[in-house]
Every structure is written in C-alpha cells, then in structure tokens.
Write a protein that binds this ligand. Structure first.
Ligand SMILES: Cc1cc2nc3c(=O)[nH]c(=O)nc-3n(C[C@H](O)[C@H](O)[C@H](O)COP(=O)(O)OP(=O)(O)OC[C@H]3O[C@@H](n4cnc5c(N)ncnc54)[C@H](O)[C@@H]3O)c2cc1C
Length: 222
C-alpha cells in the first residue's frame, strides 16, 4: 500500500493501464480497480484517457452524492442530563432550524461532548462558509432556546467536519436521486474495456451508503 499517492490521470489507451499521480509517479498495470468516492468521479479531477464512455458518465451524473456533516462541541463539565443520549428539535413552518439532531457522546468516551448532525439540504453552503465563531454562536443560541432553564456555558472546544469541500470525497455518501435510473449502480460498477474496474459504496445496488457495502463491492471485483 502506497500512501499519499493522489491519482490525477488514468490512461487506458493501450493494452495496459497507466496511472499517474500528482507528485509525478507513474504506475503500469493490466487492470486497475477504482474505488474513489462518487463525489471525486463527479468532480472530474481524475482525467481519464480516452474519456469514460457516456453510459458511465451518465451513471456518475445521475446517482446522488449527499451531504452529511457533524459539529463536535466539548465542555469541561456537562451542563445537561447525560442519561439523555439524543436530543431532537422538531422543525415546523414557524420554526425551521438547521440545528435539529444532537447526540450526547458522554456514554462512550466520558468527555462531556455533544455532536450536532446535519444531513441533506441542512448542510447549506452558507452554514459551512461562514466563520466557525458565528456557527458556534448560532448553535449556542439554539441550545439555550432548547434548555431555557439552564445557563449554558460556551463550549471549550469545537470541531467541524467538512466532507463537502474535501478534495478526496466532495460529499458524504451516495443516495438514490430523483433523476436516477434503476440500472445506474450497475452501470457505475460495470468495467470499462475490461481493464478499468469499479468498486466503492456507490457501486453497490443494495448496500450503498454503508461501509459493508463498500467492502462487498471490493470482494465482487477481486
Ligand atoms: C459523516 C459520515 C458518517 C457515516 N456513518 C456511517 C455509518 O454509521 N455506518 C456505515 O456503514 N457507513 C457510514 N458512512 C459511510 C461510509 O463511511 C462509506 O460508505 C464508506 O467509507 C465508503 O467506502 P469507500 O471505500 O467506497 O470510500 P472511501 O472510504 O471514501 O474511500 C475512498 C478513498 O479514495 C481516496 N481518494 C479520493 N480521491 C483520490 C485520488 N484522486 N487519488 C487517490 N486516492 C483518492 C480517499 O482518500 C479515500 O481514502 C458514513 C459516512 C460519513 C461521511
């Protein structure tokens, strides 16, 4: 296993496959198994030569690749009743909020921490582009509204994921989009010229979006 090898180009013109990396390494093989996330395939940051066939590009285009982010908030002392592991803030027309799903992680690591989860459209680009202090302030205000009888201190540490802008994923995991065709996961998994093989969660017809789905697709190809 060679780490930190960022693939930039895959050339399958001849009878072998030539894989080039960002730092100038070149690897030759009879076959390649491509397992980069669907978000990376959508971004077209790996150049295929010749270009991938249209049926493959259509599947890449149509299958959805979603948003799922977490903000981890840590306090020195828990201010909430930590026998509660989940909080949920229902949204309504009069009370729409991005800050809805909360998990208390005390149970697992003993550190007073709460994870705030965002999924789907709740991960608005605005939320993630504004600065961290503003986001933490909004979250703090939301929590304070949810627990009006407690004076909630500011968190001592905050960590925010950003799979959306991560150049090695550009999103979280795949989902069935409105435009998707039933066969698209099959097209995504289908080899090209019997030399470019494809695996990874999005190529799974029944366990897409899951780690075990990714594992099973790799076993399918080898
Ligand atoms: C926030 C979050 C929570 C999740 N929770 C769960 C859960 O509870 N249970 C569950 O089963 N699944 C969960 N998943 C989904 C699970 O993580 C994925 O389905 C799984 O990791 C997909 O595996 P994969 O091998 O297809 O892709 P990945 O694990 O994304 O692996 C792809 C690899 O390709 C590399 N790569 C990308 N671009 C390049 C390049 N140009 N050159 C070289 N390498 C490159 C990446 O660095 C990465 O190592 C979650 C995902 C997210 C984002």
């Amino acid at each position: 296993i060679r780490l930190k090898q960022v693939v930039t180009k895959i050339n399958y013109t001849n009878n072998d496959v030539v894989v080039s990396t960002k730092d100038g390494e070149v690897y030759r093989a009879d076959y390649v198994l491509i397992t980069v996330p669907l978000g990376v395939l959508k971004s077209k940051q790996i150049e295929f030569y010749p270009p991938l066939p249209q049926w493959k590009l259509n599947a890449i285009d149509r299958i959805g690749f979603g948003h799922y982010e977490k903000i981890y908030l840590l306090w020195n002392e828990p201010w909430w009743n930590f026998t509660n592991f989940y909080f949920f803030r229902p949204a309504s027309i009069n009370n729409s909020t991005e800050w809805r799903y909360w998990i208390s992680a005390n149970k697992w690591n003993g550190i007073p921490s709460i994870t705030c989860i965002f999924a789907g459209n709740a991960v608005s680009p605005l939320t993630w582009k504004q600065n961290e202090n503003e986001t933490v302030k909004e979250i703090h205000e939301t929590l304070q509204n949810m627990f009006p009888h407690i004076v909630i201190p500011s968190p001592s540490e905050v960590y925010m994921s950003n799979w959306n802008d991560d150049a090695f994923s550009y999103g979280s995991y795949s989902y069935i989009s409105v435009n998707q065709k039933y066969e698209d996961p099959l097209y995504l998994s289908e080899p090209v010229q019997n030399r470019l093989l494809f695996a990874g969660e999005a190529t799974s017809s029944d366990s897409y979006g899951y780690s075990h789905g990714a594992l099973l697709t790799a076993r399918r190809e080898v």
